[in-house]
Design a binder for this molecule. Structure first.
Ligand code: ATP
Length: 234
């Protein structure tokens, strides 16, 4: 469904991704793990059209995404929940959700998607008229995910959804990601919470210094000596 093929990405003169290839099949939950600065966020930004690879290509259902604008890529069915949530503090929950369904394809399914989102996140219905800044950290992360779901995606790209949240809330966020995946959304999950990400992932890729160094099923990588040593502190 989504195939990243040998992309090289740089910020100015600083190259941060080197021949990165990865794939996400329809219906899979794939994790992308690695240390701070390994290039995980950069990989997601390349997929969503925020950065243009110097070389290589990105295919979605067989079409080349490389060079398309971010809104065109959303319209094709790829939604991005960015690191740090990127909410608008003074805008209400409802305004964020409407914004998420701004493009024509999603707008046509707005009512249906709102009900689906409230089914997954009942708290957002209660908070509907509150500004985002009044929500707890966990609720803000839920709103960021809900906003992305309002675009009616086939694939959801999640960048560090558990960052900065208390352990119980992290557990809840992972439960929700599994639920969204079970309901038919394909997921590419970037996480530093390696243990929990691998536990729910069908497959995973490990990025080190801008290169993919390992790939395998979630359970294979959980058992992999290098992963245990470098990321699980075992
Ligand atoms: P983190 O978990 O810290 O976000 P990451 O694996 O997502 O890590 P990236 O954010 O993709 O890593 O960063 C990869 C490299 O690119 C790092 O060396 C970082 O300093 C650099 N980098 C990221 N964004 C920029 C930018 N806008 N301009 C220049 N360099 C950048």
């Amino acid at each position: 469904m989504l195939a990243v093929e040998s992309i090289n990405v740089a910020y100015g003169d600083l190259q941060v991704l080197w021949d990165v290839s990865l794939s996400v099949r329809q219906g899979e939950l794939v994790a992308l793990i690695g240390a701070n600065g390994a290039g995980k966020t950069t990989t997601l930004r390349a997929i969503t059209g925020l950065l243009r690879p110097r070389s290589g290509r990105i295919l979605f259902n067989g079409s080349n995404l490389t060079g398309l604008s971010p809104h065109r890529i959303v319209e094709l069915g790829i939604a991005h929940v960015p690191e740090g949530r990127q909410l608008f503090p003074l805008m209400t929950v409802e305004e964020h959700l409407l914004l998420g369904s701004f493009l024509p394809r999603a707008r046509a399914r707005r009512a249906q998607n709102l009900e689906r989102v409230f089914g997954i996140f009942p708290i957002l219905r209660e908070r509907l008229h509150q500004p985002a800044e009044t929500l707890s950290g966990g609720e803000q992360q839920m709103l960021a995910i809900a906003r992305a779901l309002m675009s009616d995606p086939q694939v959801l790209l999640l960048d560090e959804p558990s960052l900065g949240l208390a352990p119980l809330v992290v557990k809840e966020v992972f439960r929700i990601i599994e639920q969204i995946h079970r309901e038919g959304v394909t997921v590419l999950l970037v996480e530093q919470n390696v243990q929990q990400a691998l536990a729910i992932a069908d497959r995973a890729f490990v990025l080190e210094n801008g290169r993919v160094v390992l790939e395998g099923s979630g359970s294979e990588l959980l058992d992999h000596p290098e992963v245990k040593k470098a990321y699980l502190g075992l």
